[in-house]
Design a protein around this ligand. Structure first.
Ligand code: NDP
Length: 286
C-alpha cells in the first residue's frame, strides 16, 4: 500500500532554530541587545527538570540569554508571585515561562495571570488566549504554533480544507483550532463526548490529534490522502513513545503524517524560542 510522506519535525525544528539564531546574531550586531528567556521551575519533578534543561540549552545554543530559575518545592505562592513580579519588571527579560505542573499548594491560574502578557511566551495568559479567540494574535501557545508550521510546510494551501481537531485542552486543542480557523479551514473540534468520532475524523483533510490516548486513531478512520498531525506523547509499557494515532496503520492511508517522536515534539521548543524573539521585537526591538 502507498506510504504517507513522513513530516520530519526534527529537521523543521533545526531549521527554525538556525533561522532564529541568525536573527539573534543580527540583533546583537545591530543593537547590542540579547533577547532573554527566563524559565522558572518549582520543585524537582524529573520530567520537568529534563524539559527545563533542554529549553535552557537550546536557547543558549542560538545565542539567547538563557536563564533557568530553579526554586525549591516548598516555595510558597507568594514567593513565586514575587519572583514573577521581579521578572516582569526587568527590562532585559523578554520571555517568562513557568514550567507546569506546579506543586499542588500553588494555584496555577493565579501564577499564569501574574505573568506580563507581553512576556508570556507559553501563550497561556487569558489576554493572549482572548486575542487568539478574537483572531488577533498576541503570543500563541508553542505546540499549536508548531503544528501550524508543519502543516504550512506540508500543504500548498490550507484555505477551505476540512480540519478536525481531536481534543479541546487550553494548551493544545483549542488554540490549534483557532489557528486553523485563522488559516481559513473549516474546523471541527472533537472531544470525549463527540458521537461517531471515526466518522467525524473521516471527513477531515487535516487531522490534529491531541488526546493523550495511545494509538486511538486508526487507519480506517482517515480519509485517504489526509494530512495527520499527531501531538500525543504516550509512554508505552515497553518504554517506547507512541502518539495518539496508530502510525503503522495510518501511514498506509494518509498523504502525510508526523511521527512520534520526531514530529510535533521538537517543534514545541523551537516555537518557544520563536515566541521569545516575537516578544523581544514587540517590547524593545523597534
Ligand atoms: P488533555 O488531557 O488536557 O486533553 C485531552 C483532550 O482529549 C480533552 O479535550 C478530552 O476531551 C479529549 N479526549 C479524551 N479522551 C477522548 C476520547 N476517547 N475521544 C475523544 N477525545 C478524547 O491533554 P493535552 O491537550 O494537554 O495533551 C494531549 C496530548 O498531547 C498528550 O498526549 C500530551 O502528552 C501531548 N502533548 C504533546 C506536546 C508536544 O510538545 N508534542 C505538548 C503538549 C501536550 P474532554 O475535554 O471532553 O475531556
Amino acid at each position: 500500500p502507498a506510504q504517507a510522506r513522513i513530516i520530519d519535525g526534527k529537521a523543521a525544528a533545526a531549521e527554525l532554530r538556525a533561522g532564529i539564531g541568525r536573527e539573534v546574531a543580527a540583533i546583537k550586531a545591530a543593537k547590542g541587545l540579547v533577547p532573554g528567556l527566563h524559565v522558572v521551575l518549582v520543585g524537582d519533578d524529573p520530567a520537568s527538570r529534563v524539559y527545563v534543561a533542554s529549553k535552557e540549552k537550546l536557547a543558549a545554543e542560538i545565542g539567547m540569554n538563557s536563564v533557568a530559575h530553579r526554586l525549591p518545592a516548598e516555595t510558597t505562592e507568594a514567593e513565586l508571585l514575587a519572583k514573577i513580579a521581579a521578572l516582569n519588571a526587568d527590562d532585559a527579560v523578554d520571555g517568562i515561562l513557568v514550567q507546569l505542573p506546579l506543586p499542588k499548594h500553588i494555584d496555577t491560574g493565579r501564577i499564569i495571570d501574574a505573568i506580563d502578557p507581553a512576556k508570556d511566551v507559553d501563550g497561556l495568559h487569558p489576554i493572549n488566549a482572548g486575542l487568539l479567540a478574537g483572531g488577533k494574535n498576541g503570543l500563541v501557545p508553542c505546540t499549536p504554533l508548531g503544528c501550524m508550521l508543519l502543516l504550512k510546510q506540508t500543504l500548498p494551501s490550507l484555505s477551505g480544507l476540512d480540519a478536525v481537531v481531536v481534543g479541546r485542552s487550553e494548551l493544545v486543542g483549542r488554540p490549534v483550532a483557532q489557528l486553523l480557523l485563522q488559516a481559513d479551514c473549516t474546523v471541527t473540534i472533537a472531544h470525549s463526548r463527540t458521537r461517531n468520532l471515526a466518522e467525524v475524523v473521516r471527513r477531515a483533510d487535516i487531522v490534529v490529534a491531541a488526546v493523550g490516548r495511545p494509538l486511538m486513531i486508526k487507519g480506517d478512520w482517515l480519509k485517504p490522502g489526509a494530512t495527520v498531525i499527531d501531538v500525543g506523547i504516550n509512554r508505552m509499557p515497553d518504554g517506547k513513545l507512541a502518539g495518539d494515532v496508530d502510525f503503522a496503520e495510518a501511514a498506509t492511508v494518509a498523504g502525510a503524517i508526523t511521527p512520534v517522536p520526531g514530529g510535533v515534539g521538537p517543534m514545541t521548543i523551537a516555537c518557544l524560542l520563536r515566541n521569545t524573539l516575537t516578544a523581544f521585537h514587540a517590547r524593545r526591538g523597534k
